[in-house]
Design a protein around this ligand. Sequence first.
Ligand code: HEC
Ligand code: HEC
Ligand code: HEC
Ligand code: HEC
Ligand code: HEC
Ligand code: HEC
Length: 311
Amino acid sequence: MQKRTRFMGAALALAVLLVGTSSLFAQVQVTDCMACHNDTTVITEKQTAMSESVHGTGEAYVRGTSAGCAGCHSGGAFSAMVAAGLTPNTVEAGDPNPTRQSCRACHQVHTSYTEADWALETTAAVNLYAFGELTYDGGKGNLCANCHQPRRAIAEPDADGNIAVTSTHWGPHHGPQSAMLLGTGGAGDVAGVPSFHYRLVGDTCVTCHIGADSSHTFEAVSSSCDECHAPEEDLESVQAEIAAQIAELGDLLVAKGLLDEAGHPVVGVYPAAEASALWNYIFISIEDGSLGAHNTPYTRALLNASIAALQ
Ligand code: HEC
Ligand code: HEC
Ligand code: HEC
Ligand code: HEC
Ligand code: HEC
Ligand code: HEC
């Protein structure tokens, strides 16, 4: 009796397996694979471009082994986070086998096994978790904002009006570009507003960093600016102006002892205005990295206020 039950169980399992397999075969045709795996460069041109991008070559993916870093630093953990409806600060486990930000992190590769799998992993609006319910809603650029958002806002001043710089890694963390576009994330009494580039450029990050030719180096594409203005003149003069202000602020911070010669924050307790100036220096020069391109008025306002606070 027992033997017969076991036999029936095995036969049933085999039947389920056969039905399952044949229906999979019915759904997926070899010709579906050929939409992508063919003699065109549809995959290889992107792989080549990615070999020039830190998404494809960088070393920061190894941070994905920790729960607090996995959602942004491991491509696999990012996909799992999106599927589970979590955010980078609520991921509970590290990824023991982290991957870079590869094709599978951003696209739904091998989900339906058809061309529809180029669809993006997510384009839902992103609540910037360091700022309560503040929402980044920039079309397809929302994909990027999931990871390119600050991890922290600056602390409130204590009863004596001071703010502690708690470590040499103090600051908003790398990649706060979405907050910069929204005109937030800086420190001190500077009001920012969402930039023209956030409000007018459809698909935000994706329009400027991928562009009409689908570049996968993820560098800003100058042809994407042509629709609205001559890029080079504007960009070069604005970036030169911002770079000069950053250098001036850096010198003032070193002179006051908040920044060391190597550009690292000096741990200590400082008056709020000075700590805010240090925060803004890190936010703009080290972390945002666009030298004003993302939000020129907000960047200028933060630098002006920070320089004034130290003079
Ligand atoms: C939407 C386009 C697309 C379709 C359709 C597609 N693939 Fe892929 N495939 C990819 C991409 C992208 C990669 C990963 C390339 C990389 O990592 O650089 C890949 C990788 C692979 C690999 C290498 C191993 C791996 O998993 O990374 C194999 C094998 C493969 N595909 C087989 C198939 C088969 C079989 C089908 C059809 C049943 C199929 N693919 C359908 C895009 C596609
Ligand atoms: C899964 C998280 C994630 C997503 C999604 C993501 N990025 Fe990144 N990005 C990173 C990480 C992590 C790095 C740094 C990698 C390293 O250094 O190893 C990075 C680096 C970059 C860099 C290089 C920065 C530098 O200092 O050289 C650019 C530019 C960039 N990303 C743009 C984008 C754009 C545009 C998008 C959306 C199309 C995007 N990223 C989507 C996590 C992500
Ligand atoms: C909200 C997403 C997010 C989380 C969470 C996150 N990071 Fe990052 N991290 C990024 C992005 C985006 C970049 C790339 C920024 C750029 O280059 O503009 C980055 C870059 C880095 C870099 C590379 C800096 C460089 O220039 O080489 C290090 C190191 C790093 N992160 C460490 C960590 C550690 C450690 C944790 C966990 C304690 C962590 N990150 C959590 C998004 C995140
Ligand atoms: C950081 C995120 C990111 C990574 C990594 C990435 N892509 Fe993309 N890819 C995008 C975005 C965003 C678009 C623009 C999508 C759109 O406009 O609908 C795109 C567009 C494409 C397109 C054009 C899609 C279409 O519908 O015509 C192809 C093909 C493509 N990617 C292939 C790849 C391959 C292959 C890899 C890996 C070698 C890869 N991508 C890695 C974000 C990414
Ligand atoms: C209006 C176009 C535009 C939009 C929108 C935009 N960027 Fe940029 N971004 C730029 C330009 C221009 C630079 C400066 C490039 C340079 O100096 O070579 C830049 C610089 C950067 C850098 C610094 C690293 C590098 O490649 O030099 C990162 C990272 C970045 N952007 C990510 C993003 C992300 C993520 C978003 C969306 C949240 C975004 N950008 C939205 C145009 C844009
Ligand atoms: C959808 C339209 C649009 C696109 C696309 C666009 N911009 Fe802009 N940009 C604007 C508007 C509007 C302003 C604000 C008005 C002004 O100052 O000219 C602006 C302002 C700027 C500024 C600040 C000028 C200043 O002196 O304050 C720079 C720099 C800039 N853009 C560079 C770029 C670059 C580089 C690209 C492409 C990577 C780009 N823009 C793409 C519309 C656009």
